[in-house]
Write a protein that binds this ligand. Sequence first.
Ligand SMILES: Nc1ncnc2c1ncn2[C@@H]1O[C@H](COP(=O)(O)OP(=O)(O)OP(=O)(O)O)[C@@H](O)[C@H]1O
Ligand SMILES: [Mg+2]
Length: 257
Amino acid sequence: MSGVNFVDVSKTYEDGTEAVRGLELEVVSGEFLVLVGPSGCGKTTTLRMLAGLEEVSEGEIRIGGAKVNDLPPKARDIGMVFQSYALYPHKSVEQNLTFGMEMMKGEEALSSNEIESRVKEISNLLGIAELLEKRPRELSGGQRQRVALGRALIRRPKVLLMDEPLSNLDAKLRNQMRIELRRLHEEHGTTTVYVTHDQIEAMTLADRIAIMNDGELQQHATPDECYNNPANDFVKDFLCRHIDEIVTTANHIVSKR
Ligand SMILES: Nc1ncnc2c1ncn2[C@@H]1O[C@H](COP(=O)(O)OP(=O)(O)OP(=O)(O)O)[C@@H](O)[C@H]1O
Ligand SMILES: [Mg+2]
């Protein structure tokens, strides 16, 4: 079981900024949840609290039913991919993939055979098997992105966190990677929390979306439910109107052809 629960979680930064207020949110084990909302609404803060990179001011975070507020990031069994996916520049792709696993100690330690077979599996899955000897600077943005994703997945974390992981890519690659991410999720079923400010990305990737504004959760439901039954004016404007405008624009372009 690797579900996630936020129980009345709040975060106030030292300067008094209330970034997250009274967050109640459940991510069911195996679910792909997309956290979406405008810039500054508290998405990254929420993710960093779950990862253990930011202290929780109030409330409780649970993973697999157990409170993790006081656990350091390493003990939470979480994989992370952030917008700036810092690969080790002097290590090869293969070394970037294996570094985290080689550091595992004690009960968690993996045999070199196991590491080798995971490298094979994950690099085939992500289409980077040909690139294992290369250094990050010899890769395209999309390839680097996939290595970063591989590095998070290869350890088989209980929970996968992604913060705007596609924002550096061009539109075509973004679309490809979206499809790839969804396929990977279907295959592995890892509980995933994905942060974006992009409504279309949220609608296409998520099992359920959590819409935030100004530190507060506005609606938590399937994409269809949010679109068809927006909980309030904010969701209507941020999600429904935005999507309607895109559809109108697309229709306009098609009709002019
Ligand atoms: N270290 C910090 N100290 C003080 N305030 C912070 C800190 N980090 C973030 N904030 C503030 O907390 C609020 C939420 O920030 P957060 O980074 O979580 O937003 P976000 O939803 O991820 O935005 P974006 O889409 O722009 O990445 C913002 O008002 C931000 O200015
Ligand atoms: Mg952010």
